[in-house]
Design a protein around this ligand. Sequence first.
Ligand code: ADP
Length: 256
Amino acid sequence: MGLLRARAGFAAGEARPDLPEKTADPHDIHAAIILFGSPGSGKGTQAKLLGQCLAGPHISTGDMLREHISAGDEIGKEAQRLTKAGKLVPDEMVNALVKQRLAAADCEPGVILDGYPRTVNQAKVLLGLMESDGFKPSVLHLVVDYEKIVARLSGRRQCPVCGTLYSLTTSPPKVAGICDRDGAALVTREDDREEVIRERLHEYDVQTVPILNFFKESGVPLFEVNAGDATPDQVKRRVWERLMEAGVLPATAGSR
Ligand code: ADP
């Protein structure tokens, strides 16, 4: 971030023979794409695909916490205790992790934030960081009709013996209720039960709507992209076309 800070310190119009023209550098956008998507929206897949559009990293606070858990350090121990209990880790802990991560040199071309912010307090801290580190934040919300998510996930069946997944609509077993591979009776996984899916979608709304409202009120550009009726590659294309038109991603992004 040294370069950004150096730039921020110069007065408008001042001659800068040592730096390239601002508009000539596609990395100069310093986009921070803040990704939201409900369970079943394909957010994880899109985060990875979008990572190909941006030279900067995909930063997932869930992944960062899992790394600390594997390392068994102090942060990891605390994170494990809380995540096991189905709780969020404290704002101060994730805020500090994200702050440190955003200061790394590989973030200079831009970042994709996934799983953060999860509270309005985290969102406030993030906007402060964006300003001090010279990032331009945008929110990308992958929107899928909840009825479609319920239909898709509740139509999944799994073989309890070999783990093969079937979809009653797109890839059903040859004989209803029976695994093609080993003849075992297929089951519905606990988290694919309709009530469980609806509860998770409801929790997502309760957690996310206030954060989206906060960003809207703060004037952060918000892009809603329909992610429910297309393949992951088509959704990716939709996303980067929208972000490119809006000048959030450089025009070269899709070729990566
Ligand atoms: P999920 O499996 O819910 O998609 P993630 O992989 O993003 O979750 O994160 C795993 C767990 O790590 C979360 O359930 C939560 O306990 C914790 N966590 C991740 N990101 C945050 C955050 N921004 N704030 C607080 N806790 C978080």
